[in-house]
Design a protein around this ligand. Structure first.
Ligand code: ADP
Length: 307
């Protein structure tokens, strides 16, 4: 059985629906990717590595992971922290605004739970995924240990996968981000950047410029996403362009990239060629952006994927 680990943070999502009513859910980039991967490729063992608390919402979150058939063996419970949370509101013009409470979340402590014995267990895996958000969430003093873990997994043959997913507000400054991203690109076997993510950091403004920027790194598989525009992939020295069918009825673009990542990686683990993996990833992303929130209802999603 193939297997993949997603390390990072899942938060409590509170979405304003009708006035004075909040809809409560769970979301976070790595979790979103794990859900969509597993929904499309149930035969792939899909684990979330994170830390929650011992409170009731943490228990519900763990139950939600399990109800999505995700492996919860590496979902740890911190004895004094609680999960991060965010509030999302959409105004009459369709503009979204967010408020976050995540500076002291349990997930910031996740590296503390990764023992040498656990690294050994993870070493038999096929892929280890982290994002720029995962990196920002991990506490600064734990990052050296994190990179040591990533190096051990890579040495054991686990493919390292990185999506830069840049969120400026999670970092102290750009230099700090760039230093972490340099380590990530240096170790990555697969990377899935969006053009927008890298534009602010490195002033690259096109898919071609992203490919050029990453050329000095030894990354075997590069997938550059660009909203409704073509996805460009580079495997070894082969560059390919894959057209995307733009969605007319975009409701909420939250987690488009996450859905793409999860389904793309699932397809690759399933042995599909890059062109087919892009097609499936884009189909999943296209379905997700026609629904509100990060996680589309399962039946709606499955129907869209069956087409
Ligand atoms: P992110 O969510 O990381 O910002 P992008 O906006 O680049 O990512 O979108 C990720 C993927 O979602 C794209 O590669 C594409 O497959 C799909 N996508 C995004 N916007 C659209 C759209 N308007 N129409 C169709 N597909 C889209």
């Amino acid at each position: 059985m193939k297997n993949i680990y997603f390390i990072g943070e899942c938060m409590i999502e509170l979405r304003a629906t009708v006035p004075s009513t909040l809809h409560q859910s769970f979301a976070g980039d790595v979790y979103n990717s794990a859900v969509y991967l597993k929904r499309c490729f149930p035969q792939i063992s899909t684990s979330v590595i994170t830390a929650l608390g011992e409170d009731n919402l943490s228990k519900k979150m763990r139950e939600r992971f399990a109800s999505e058939q995700l492996n919860t063996d590496y979902v740890f419970a911190h004895n004094s922290k609680v999960p991060g949370m965010y509030y999302i509101e959409t105004d009459e013009q369709g503009e979204r605004s967010f408020i976050y409470w995540r500076d002291d979340s349990a997930a910031k402590k996740v590296v503390e739970f990764i023992s040498p014995g656990l690294v050994k267990q993870l070493s038999s895996g096929d892929m280890f995924f982290f994002s720029g958000i995962s990196l920002a969430v991990i506490e600064e003093q734990a990052r050296a240990q994190f990179w040591d873990i990533v190096k051990q997994l890579k040495a054991a043959g686990v493919k390292i996968v990185f999506d830069p997913n840049y969120r400026a507000r999670l970092w102290d400054n750009v230099e700090q981000t760039k230093a972490q991203y340099h380590s990530a690109f240096s170790l990555a076997d697969i990377t899935l950047p969006g053009v927008e993510d890298l534009e602010t950091l490195y002033n690259v403004q096109s898919v071609e410029a992203v490919i050029d920027y990453l050329a000095p790194y030894n990354i075997n598989e590069i997938i550059v996403k660009n909203g409704p525009d073509s996805v460009i992939t580079k495997e070894a020295n082969t560059v390919q362009s894959h057209s995307i069918t733009p969605v007319k009825n975009v409701v909420d673009t939250t987690s488009a990239g996450d859905a793409f990542n999860g389904v793309y990686l699932g397809a690759r683990l399933d042995g599909r060629p890059i062109s087919e993996a892009v097609k499936l990833g884009a189909q999943a992303a296209g379905a997700v952006i026609q629904q509100p929130g990060a996680i589309a209802p399962k039946d709606v999603f499955q129907q869209a994927m069956a087409k």
